[in-house]
Structures are given as C-alpha cells and as structure tokens.
Design a protein around this ligand. Sequence first.
Ligand code: CUA
Length: 334
Amino acid sequence: MPVVSIRVRRAAVGAVCFLFLMSGCAVEGAPSILDPAGPGARRIEGLWWGLLWISAVVFAVTLAMIGYAVLKRQKVDSADADARWTEPFVVVAGAIVPSLILGGAFVWSLTAMSALSSETEEADLVIDVVGHDWWWEVTYPPDRGGVVTANEIHIPAGRRIELRLESDDVIHSFWVPRLQAKTDMIPGKTTTMWIEADEPGTYRGQCAEFCGIQHANMIFYVVAQEPEEFDEWLADQADDPGGAGMTGQEVFLSSTCVGCHTIRGTRARGVVGPDLTHLATRDKIAAGVLDNTRNNLARWILDPQGVKPGVAMPPTDLSSEELNALLDYLEALR
Ligand code: CUA
C-alpha cells in the first residue's frame, strides 16, 4: 500500500474544506457587484475586471521570468550580480514598467472613486436615510409628502437619486452591491452618495460595517419602479392609512407599541422604532429578516428576541383575541 505522507493528506483535506467553504460564498440569489444593475456598480465591475486582468498578466509574466531564470541559471559571483542594477532590462522591467502599471491602476481607481461619490447637481430626488441598530429609517422630502418609511427605499428607475446618510448610534455602512459602492453612515456627520437603477426591480442592501450582534440582519431593499408607479406609490404613502376605528387600533394604542412607533393619523408618535404607517405595503418586517405575513407578524410581536436577539423591541403580552385584533389592524395599514 503506497504511503501518503501526513502532510500531503492534510493539504488534501484542507483543500477540500476550502472548496466546500468557498462554495458557500456563491449563495443563490445573493447580490454581487459582478451583476450590476446601475451605472455605479457597472463602473465598479469594470474596475474589478480590469485590475484582475492586469494582475493576471503581471503574475503570468513574473512566473515565466522565474521559470526562465531557473532553467537558464548560470553561476555568477556576487560582484557581477551587483553590477547588473544599471542594466537597461533591470531598469525598464524592474522600475519603469511596474511604476506605470501601479500608477495607472491608482489613477483609474481614483477616477472611479471620485465619479462614484460625486455630488449630483441634477438629482431628481433627495432621500434621507438614517441607520439605527438594526434598521433603516427612510424619509422623503417635505415637498413630496414628507413620507417616512423603513427598510424599503422606493426610487424611480433610470433616475439619479441623491441619498443623505446619517446614523443614530454607531457607524453603519450603506451598501446595495448591484447599484453602488459602500458609504459609511457616521454619527454626527452627514455623508452623501447617489444611486441609480437601470430597470425596475428589487435590489437587496446590507449594512457593511459591523455594528453589533444583529449587524448581519440589518437588511434593506431598494425597490426601483417606473417613474409613474413611483409617484403613485409616494402619493399613497403620504395618505393616512386604513384601519381607523378597528378594535386592533385600540389594542395598539393602549399597548407599549405607541412608546416606540408612529402611525400617522393616530396618537402613536414614537420615534424609537420604525414608522408603521403603511406597514402592510412592505414586503418584509424586522429589517428584511421575515416576510411580512400574518404568522411572522405574530411571531415578531410576541417574541422579537427569539427572532433577532439583542433588538430593542420588547415582547408584547397579549391575549389571543387582542393579538388577532392587532394583526387585523396591522394588516389594514395600507
Ligand atoms: Cu449596521 Cu452593521
């Protein structure tokens, strides 16, 4: 029986584990900068492939030269080796060519960074986004109804939108991989960026700066719509929601919910948690963690710590009649 050294076997096991782990990186449907859906991400993709190919060519040329040197090696004494520093080949291939390649890549990267972060004089719309542990507050301008929503940023497709980013607590980072680069949200400072989506669609965003135990569950979606559809959506959001006078509204208003949440048209004016005015129109709850279904709403209300440990929301103690009435009401918030 052939003897395989322990080292070789360890290397083989390591390689298999590495491939297995890497296969987890290609999550089905996960957003990627290599699948751009707007001009910002497209620029990043171009830079990514460009730098990859430059590196690949440099690596191949270097390997070829090492191979040549190994095959054609000659005995030289050290005095000769010192003398070669001034040879034209050493100066050109060792200093001039690398400087040109690195300098070019640097200038190219700087140009891309500047274009990605440039001010947008002709922005159609300015949206304020505030990062909270662990959700996103989204506010539209007063002349567009001053709509406040959470974890879902609707924009018109094909238009450049300016975002003003702030944080309410720690540093977060706003990132929609298929649309734009990451931009930090820093407490006490407003950072700006722009986003633009070519086509209507839903683009997943993610906090990209570790901000606490639920950082990975600080998710949001950018929903790009046809401009007319977007205008309709915004007008609907500016209206007061349904559900007035329902039993569940009384349950809501007499519970601890009002301390943290706002529902426009009622006396619920809390500003600690997301504005729930048009909650039923959103696809997800708990900042992208759960689909917005009746069962999930019940789960979230009764046991938020079970869904997102560490979240600021406390559990709510309700009888089953109260819970059902509350769910009816929340589902009427359209
Ligand atoms: Cu917010 Cu990570």
